[in-house]
Design a protein around this ligand. Structure first.
Ligand code: ADP
Length: 265
């Protein structure tokens, strides 16, 4: 996108020539557009649950004394939608904290990989069992391997990836959490045997509010911000996140972080 400013140059009341100033505002315009899209997305995401809550409340007001069961069902919907708004605002606050730079970087330190992997699997074991999914951890052969990172952030990234794997893998499936250890880097891997992501959507899943299929993610309580947050955090730690996926076969996410000296842990 170019802005062109054209002015005539006059001499003694006569037009003597023209000067054109051409400015490339593509980047600036893109940023502006992204900001507008973001605000409109946030508004939409908040309005949807609010509208639901409001209409359920209105109907509830007119329910009779004998309709306790219906009332209970309605309250459940209201609670679910409220939870979604809480999650959404929490993710938005986290994102805006990262956008502003935050105070985070000084909390980088060596973290033992085994503990990270065992921790996330433990946190989700119960939920996995409930969904009839096998969630397994594979610890690196080499003992004492550490990554350099912010423990809180690494855990949040792993939680997000495993929670997505649980959300998008049908019962009977498998989720494997492991690490690939290299000389100077460690890649944390979360692999599932779920529904996968179409090739044309894959490059976009790390964008804010991008969803492969809107209905499905919303029903699952997704905010569409999880992967955007994960990428932001991984990049803040100087790492890299990427995803491979095959439709109906599964998805694998790789988070690569710098390897830390183990005796520093
Ligand atoms: P959401 O809150 O909607 O899950 P995310 O940012 O975490 O948002 O993910 C973006 C989209 O990427 C999701 O809507 C989903 O369609 C897709 N996705 C993420 N992880 C997986 C996965 N493990 N398997 C299949 N699809 C996934």
């Amino acid at each position: 996108i170019f802005h062109v400013i054209l002015t005539s140059v006059q001499r003694r009341g006569q037009v003597d020539g023209y000067v054109a100033v051409v400015r490339d505002v593509t980047e600036q315009e893109k940023l502006e557009q992204a900001r507008r899209d973001f605000v409109s997305n946030v508004s939409h995401e908040l309005r949807t649950p609010l509208t639901t809550v409001k209409s359920y409340l209105e109907v509830m007001r007119d329910l009779g004394e004998d309709e306790a069961e219906t009332k209970r069902e309605f309250l459940e919907v209201i609670a679910r939608e409220t939870d979604r708004m809480v999650r959404l605002t929490r993710d938005l606050l986290l994102l805006s904290g990262l956008d502003r730079g935050g105070r985070r970087s000084e909390e980088m330190r060596p973290i033992p990989v085994a503990g990270l992997l065992e921790g996330v699997v433990e946190r989700f074991q119960l939920q996995a069992a409930k969904q009839e999914l096998s969630l397994r951890v594979h610890l690196p052969q080499e003992r004492g391997v550490c990554v350099y990172g912010d423990e809180d952030m690494v855990n949040r990234v792993l939680d997000n990836l495993v929670s997505n794997a649980l959300k998008y893998t049908p019962p009977g499936g498998r989720i494997d959490v492991r690490a690939e250890v290299h000389a100077h880097q460690v890649t944390l891997v979360v692999a599932d045997t779920g529904i996968g992501i179409p090739a044309e959507d894959l490059p976009h899943v790390f964008e804010r509010f991008y969803r492969v299929e809107k209905g499905r993610s919303r029903r699952g309580g997704g905010t569409g911000l999880g992967l955007a947050l994960a990428r932001e955090m991984v990049e803040r730690m100087g790492g890299e996140i990427r995803m491979e996926s095959e439709l109906q076969r599964g998805t694998t996410v790789y988070v690569t972080l710098r390897r830390a000296e183990e005796d520093a842990a």
